[in-house]
Design a protein around this ligand. Structure first.
Ligand code: SAM
Length: 278
């Protein structure tokens, strides 16, 4: 019988956030694939669990991925954990899930801590519609390109960021989104120094120019304001009718098309066109 892969979220700071089901899965799995075995060992020691660990991280994921898949195919169950939070979200777990899915291996995700969702919920920004953008590139050019692709984004945006890159990222964001865009900087979530700073991009830049950023950050950036809708005036309707008639359209067709294009009732367009011709 084929085994399966469990995705086991681990605490993003507070070790008490491990769930009963995650704990049981770690206990019952045949082996644990971990991004950093030293980090996972600390968690396992805290939980009093002894289990064989396989390291699975960015630079060995191809070779170790095959090895893990082979063990699962032979009937073993694997629990995948990242350093913190939900595996497969901005970490190499994504590739292991893809490989299992492609091989027809069952993947079971256990819900639990995720830095992105924890930050979003505490941010005070709109949560109805959001998009996850993960880490921006360290290279200025590709970071700008990534942000420029988001200029029109109206949903709240979630970014992961390391403290040593934070200022450069905030500066690029202010250049692209404007200095007044609202941002919530969620730092050290669930830890002793948990902090949420709700400010603007320029406010965040001046703050971190004065005090170097420390700890782990999730940035929750407000989306772009919806573009103002132009309400068509009778003059707009009349001009459009005239324009269409000059291209050979009958008055009736021109009124119908204008009404459709401008989202106005046909009567209104008719009256506007009439008033102009009078
Ligand atoms: N897969 C994990 C998840 O979704 O929860 C995230 C992995 S990613 C490699 C690590 C990033 O998550 C950090 O650079 C930081 O942006 C964010 N992060 C993790 N723990 C955090 C915490 N306690 N407070 C704020 N951000 C955190």
């Amino acid at each position: 019988m084929a085994g399966m892969l469990y995705l086991v979220p681990t605490p993003i700071g507070n070790l008490r956030d491990i769930s009963v089901r995650c704990r049981e899965t770690l206990e019952q799995a045949d082996f644990i694939a971990a991004e950093d075995t030293r980090v996972t060992l600390k968690l396992l020691n805290h939980l009093g669990i002894k289990k064989s660990l396989v390291s699975y991280y960015e630079h060995n994921k191809t070779q170790k991925g095959d090895f893990i898949l082979e063990r699962i195919r032979s009937g073993e169950t694997c629990a995948l954990v990242s350093d913190a939070g939900s595996p497969a979200i901005s970490d190499p777990g994504e590739d292991l899930v893809k490989a299992c899915a492609a091989a027809g291996i069952t993947v079971c995700a256990i819900p639990g801590p995720c830095a992105a969702i924890t930050a979003l919920s505490i941010s005070g920004q709109a949560t109805g519609r959001f998009c996850f953008e993960g880490f921006l590139s360290t290279a200025k050019k590709s970071r700008r390109e990534h942000l420029e692709a988001l200029i029109q984004e109206q949903r709240t945006m979630i970014f992961y960021e390391a403290p040593h890159k934070l200022l450069a990222t905030l500066e690029s964001m202010a250049e692209v989104f404007g200095p007044d865009r609202s941002i919530s900087l969620c730092r050290e979530l669930t830890k002793l120094h948990e902090e949420v700073i709700r400010t603007t991009l320029s406010g965040a830049i001046s703050l971190y120019q004065q005090q170097p950023p420390k700890g782990e950050f999730v940035l929750i950036v407000a989306g772009a304001p919806a573009p103002e809708k132009h309400t068509p005036t009778p003059q707009d309707a009349a001009s459009r009718v005239e324009e269409l008639m000059q291209t050979g359209c009958s008055r009736k067709d021109a009124i119908k098309q204008t009404a459709q294009e401008l989202g106005l009732p046909k009567n209104t367009v008719y009256e506007a066109a009439l008033a102009l011709s009078e």
